[in-house]
Design a binder for this molecule. Structure first.
Ligand SMILES: [Zn+2]
Length: 504
């Protein structure tokens, strides 16, 4: 019998703390629904006290997700715990996750508390949380730089006060695999009643060791692994869910573990998070990078063609990466389209399908054939054009290498059209300036990139722009067979998000 290990996803909490980006309520819900399909055991939905937007997002996720535990984070403070409970209480299986630092450096400089005070706060706050919620996770922040003897005492205190999960975070990404494995074994041997609770780990990737440390801990007896999609998170990020899960699955012989994650949803989860946060995935990224399953050299190609396992230790299908089949064209009807959506794993509402079908028809008019990847892109972008304050009506851009570019943009707001023109350094600069004139405010452009959804001259291009207003940054996306149009749409999308999406 293989041991079951739990996967705790913190994409919506730690992942959302990635520098430079945040998601609105709608986007967070979309990610939560995907995590539900991915069948993770726990979704950490946010840090309730951090902002109204975080609070509302946790509430919405708690209301709508089923099957998995929904956790909210709190410091060891009454008001944090009150807010966490208020946000998460309607969940089918609520959890409150509280944390306090235990390393000498954090206790002295950040908390200004003595070890004795930390122990008191731990007991007091776990007990207080327990009044609300049966399932209480306790984290010793900066555990890997804490004194072991003290760490054991803190954990014992938390367990006797009623904690159901004990988490050992490598908060600053300082540990190495051997050392971390030793720490987990020591905790198991020296903390009384540890076998009665879940033993969790949470690793950061500052030295590129997050996944290695997490797997070492799994081997040493940890029973819950915390991670994020694409490894996003504070600084260099967290341990990547897809790498942990595929390592456990591919090396069952070594780990002797199983987890409940539906790996065929990995590719879609990765793409969704990357698109929503505007964080692109490096092509050589393990499991989910564009090249992860590409065999370039002749020798490898030959090997894979005669016998897949010569160079393939796992199949692209196992992460839900299907072949790019050309399936539909301009004469395909709604029924065939709906059928294809279901085959691709999308269960959408009728109104959503109506909206996507219109975009599919428009695309089929421009491209002769529409592939699965095109359809995926339309589905991922389904919320781009339906909502928001400003709508792109039309644009005209004049550009060349010997003239400065001129853009003429018409946006509509409440059925009223507004037109502005501007010149700039290149077509995008001119277009963005014209949009800013219409809106009457300017933004700082933080990032801009284009990637193609499919190959070929008539490929759909997806543009991501990140704009900043004050200290708020949002990512906007645009999709079109024309990259200039995709860029303009991405900018309008970002502007709409920054103007009306103040939910995070
Ligand atoms: Zn973290």
């Amino acid at each position: 019998m293989k041991k079951q290990i739990k996967i705790f996803d913190t994409t919506l909490r730690d992942g959302e703390q990635s520098p430079g980006c945040s998601m609105n309520l709608h986007e967070k819900l979309e990610v939560a629904k995907q995590l539900e399909r991915l069948k993770v055991d726990v979704i950490e939905a946010g840090f309730a006290i951090a902002s109204k937007g975080d609070f509302k997002a946790i509430q919405a996720i708690a209301d709508s997700v089923s099957g998995c535990v929904v956790a909210a984070l709190a410091r060891t403070k009454y008001e944090d715990i009150d807010a966490a409970w208020e946000a998460v209480k309607n969940a089918e299986r609520p959890r409150i996750h509280i944390f306090i630092a235990t390393s000498p450096i954090h206790m002295k400089y950040k908390l200004k508390m003595t070890p004795e005070q930390i122990l008191e706060a731990t007991a007091e706050m776990v007990r207080y949380t327990k009044n609300y919620c049966d399932d209480v996770e306790f984290s010793a922040e900066d555990a890997t730089r804490s004194k072991k003897e003290f760490l054991y005492r803190v954990f014992e205190t938390a367990i006797s006060a009623g904690a159901t999960v004990i988490n050992v975070p490598d908060t600053v990404g300082y540990a190495t695999p051997d050392e971390f494995s030793r720490l987990i074994q020591d905790v198991r041997e020296n903390v009384s009643n540890i076998e009665q609770v879940e033993l969790s780990v949470h690793c950061h990737n500052d030295l590129g060791l997050a996944v290695a440390n997490t797997l070492a801990a799994a081997k040493a007896g940890a029973s819950q692994l915390e991670c994020t999609i694409n490894g996003i998170g504070e600084r260099a990020g967290n341990a990547a869910l897809e790498e942990i899960v595929m390592a456990i699955n591919t090396r069952k012989d070594f780990f002797d573990l199983i987890c409940s994650v539906d790996t065929t949803n990995i590719h879609r989860s990765s793409k969704l998070v990357s698109t929503l946060l505007g964080i692109s995935i490096p092509p050589n990224k393990a499991i989910v990078g564009f090249n992860a399953f590409a065999h370039e050299s002749g020798i490898h190609q030959h090997g894979v063609l005669s016998e897949k396992s010569t160079y393939e230790i796992m199949t692209p299908e196992s992460i839900g990466l299907f072949e790019n089949k050309i399936v539909l064209g301009k004469h395909s009807g709604r029924h065939a389209f709906e059928d294809r959506l279901i085959k691709l794993g999308h269960n959408l509402e009728k109104t959503e399908i109506d909206q996507i079908f219109i975009q599919f028809k428009e695309l089929a008019d421009k491209k002769k054939v529409v592939s699965d990847w095109d359809i995926e892109a339309i589905v991922d972008n389904k919320y781009l054009y339906g909502s928001g304050v400003y709508h792109l009506e039309r644009f005209m851009i004049n550009t060349g290498n010997t003239i400065s570019s001129t853009a003429n943009i018409v946006l509509s707001v409440n059925n009223e059209e507004i037109e502005e023109a501007a010149t700039g350094d290149g077509p995008m600069d001119a277009a963005f300036k014209a949009i800013e004139r219409i809106i009457g405010t300017s933004f700082k452009l933080e990032d801009y990139y284009v990637h193609s959804v499919t190959s070929g001259k008539d490929a759909q291009g997806e543009v991501v722009v990140k704009i900043r207003k004050g200290n708020r940054i949002v990512a906007g996306r645009g999709l079109s067979t024309d990259v200039v149009e995709a860029g303009v749409r991405a900018y309008v999308n970002a502007v709409n998000k920054i103007l009306n999406g103040k939910t995070s």
